[in-house]
Design a binder for this molecule. Structure first.
Ligand code: PGA
Length: 250
């Protein structure tokens, strides 16, 4: 496979500055010789602390969200300009917690995707179905709609800076992982959606991460699948002891 594995840690709403600095230092030291691409995405308030620790390492700095507008009267939001100023390189968008807890829809997520790309960021666009959608046989349909709408208006050139993360909602933080076969089937399906939209070369190139209870014990089996190109890790990203073995799977 010509695609490079990309392992990302989503720290969600965890850690104080000192805890974040400790984790970032441990990751920088222990992943120094890691062979894959890495990312850590701490809360907005931790970015300024973590940025200098990751600078010059093989771990990119990510944010977990951004506003859909560049700046202005948007109380409580954080702008791409502010993220760029802090050295953020990647923005995670459309995470299921943003979609389902904070009611972000595909149109809003698409606006954020285009804004972040226009400011030079890499975007990790998360997609994934709810348990009831999977049980109703709609997993592919949901992932297709989220992919097509999330990427609406994104040029083929900008797609180079888009990573997809398939995160079945029922597997996030639940300890339930999709089987490598089930995950790979959706990844393959989504890759065909990208082929339809952008052509086979773009589909072959795009990185599709899997997320949802990735752990040191299951990482290698997931990564062994043809269409799984990395992981977006939540709970297990909060400690170097669990993130490093995932990041160095195999
Ligand atoms: P989890 O979270 O690894 O804790 O399931 C994954 C995610 O939400 O990105």
């Amino acid at each position: 496979m010509s695609r490079n594995y990309y392992i990302a840690g989503n720290w969600k709403m965890h850690k104080t500055r000192s805890e974040a600095a400790e984790l970032a230092k441990a990751l920088a030291a222990q992943l120094k010789d890691g062979k894959h691409r890495y990312l850590a995405a701490p809360s907005f308030t931790l970015l300024e602390t973590v940025a200098p620790i990751l600078k010059g390492t093989n771990i990119r700095l990510g944010a977990q969200n951004c506003a859909a507008e560049e700046q202005g009267a948007h109380t409580g939001e954080v702008s791409v300009l502010q993220l760029k100023d802090l050295g953020v390189q990647t923005v995670i968008l459309g995470h299921s917690e943003r979609r389902h807890v904070y009611r972000e829809d595909d149109a809003l997520i698409n606006k954020k995707v285009k804004l972040a790309l226009s400011h030079g960021f890499e975007v990790i666009l998360c997609i994934g179905e709810l348990l009831e959608e999977r049980e109703a046989g709609k997993a592919e349909q949901v992932c297709e709609v989220q992919t097509v709408k999330g990427l609406d208006g994104v040029s083929a050139a900008d797609l180079d800076r888009v990573v997809l993360a398939y995160e079945p909602v029922w597997a996030i933080g639940t300890g339930k992982t999709a089987t490598p076969e089930d995950a790979d089937a959706i990844h393959g399906f989504v890759r065909r959606v990208i082929a339809r939209l952008y052509g086979p070369a773009a589909a072959e190139k795009i990185i599709i991460q899997y997320g949802g209870s990735v752990k040191p014990e299951n990482a290698a089996a997931l990564m062994a699948k043809e269409n799984i190109d990395g992981a977006l890790v939540g709970g297990a990203a909060l400690k170097a002891e669990t993130f490093v073995p995932i990041a160095k799977f195999g």
